[in-house]
Design a protein around this ligand. Structure first.
Ligand code: AKB
Length: 316
């Protein structure tokens, strides 16, 4: 039986992952943890945890006899640029604290399986931008991206040196409606739905033609759980797997939305986030994830837009 801890449970991925894991393993086996005082999404078990507090991490692991941990607490790309030192400390030390805990527990005969999210931000301006390969130039130029690339190297190091079973995905921009946008460069593709449904003109901070890899949340959750459930011998990559859902630019997303809301308009006012987006891939090659653990996206742009319009309407 698995006992699972999700750190960053009030964030974009955590808020949906906790429910998916509870449906699979039973709500009594999933501990939602975050730095704020309460669960924002009604988790059955909730603990206040700061991932930078190693004593508290050890205490929670002992209390619930945790066997799997998802370390999702992080500052994203745009927020990270406003507070680079804070982003570096949270993103790097948060991961390192979990990897160390997994090493210590593994050596004590209590293995801890770890999931940690990397990102397309780990790539950079000299990366092949179209159909970006699994292995290629990686020269990120945001603090978030640098922390993701360093984190990938740490994951592989802890696997090779200490046999820690750590698994990771390079997420594209994740589109979802449950939690509010959280300081990412890809978040325009969430905010745009809120404006569209309020009848407002959306002011887009990226250029109309700036394509980025994206994925709809149900596909992202399915990818995450499939990777964590794959047999250990199938996991050939211990840095992080490219995983792709679809690719689109703001103009293509707008055209899809206007099929449903013909009066919707977008005005383009690119800001500093445009330079971040321009340094990232436009589409990803996720062949390795398919070969190793059978990953295949199911949700395309049309299905994403239909579902977002239905659900954002309900929560607005
Ligand atoms: C961001 O935009 O910062 C994130 C990401 C692509 O990792 N959504």
């Amino acid at each position: 039986m698995e006992r699972i801890l999700v750190i960053g449970a009030n964030g974009q991925i955590g808020s949906e992952l906790v429910d998916a894991l509870a449906a699979k393993h039973g709500a009594e086996n999933v501990v939602a943890a975050d730095i704020s005082h309460a669960s924002l999404y009604g988790a059955k078990i909730y603990e206040v945890v700061d991932v930078l507090n190693t004593d508290r991490l050890a205490e929670i692991h002992d209390k619930y006899e945790i066997t799997q941990v998802y370390q999702l607490a992080a500052l994203l790309s745009a927020t990270g640029e406003k507070a680079p030192l804070k982003a570096w400390t949270l993103n790097m030390d948060g991961l390192l604290n979990i990897l160390e805990l997994a090493r210590i527990r593994g050596e004590a005969g209590k293995p801890l399986k770890v999931f940690w999210p990397s990102s397309i931000a780990a790539f950079g301006p000299n990366t092949e931008a179209v159909n970006t390969p699994q292995y290629t130039v990686m020269d990120p130029n945001t603090i978030y991206g640098i922390s993701k690339l360093a984190g990938e190297r740490l994951c592989e190091y802890y696997f090779q040196k200490y046999n820690v079973d750590v698994r990771s995905i390079r997420y594209p921009g994740i589109i979802s409606y449950k939690s509010p946008p959280g300081g990412g460069t890809t978040d325009y593709a969430i905010a745009i739905f809120h404006s569209a449904l309020k009848g407002e003109t959306y002011s887009c901070f990226l250029e109309a033609q700036q394509s980025l890899p994206m994925i709809y949340m149900p596909d992202a959750i399915r990818a995450t759980i499939s990777l964590m459930e794959a047999p250990i011998e199938n996991i050939k990559i211990r840095s992080s797997y490219n995983v792709s859902g679809m690719s689109f630019n703001p103009q293509e997303l707008t055209s899809e939305i206007t099929k449903n809301l013909p009066n919707f308009q977008v005005h383009y006012a690119p800001d500093s986030r445009q330079a971040i987006a321009a340094s990232w891939p436009q589409s990803l090659n996720d062949e390795a994830a398919y070969q190793d653990w059978g990953w295949k996206a199911e949700i395309d742009l049309n299905a994403l837009v239909t579902d977002m319009l239905k659900n954002v309407r309900v929560t607005n």
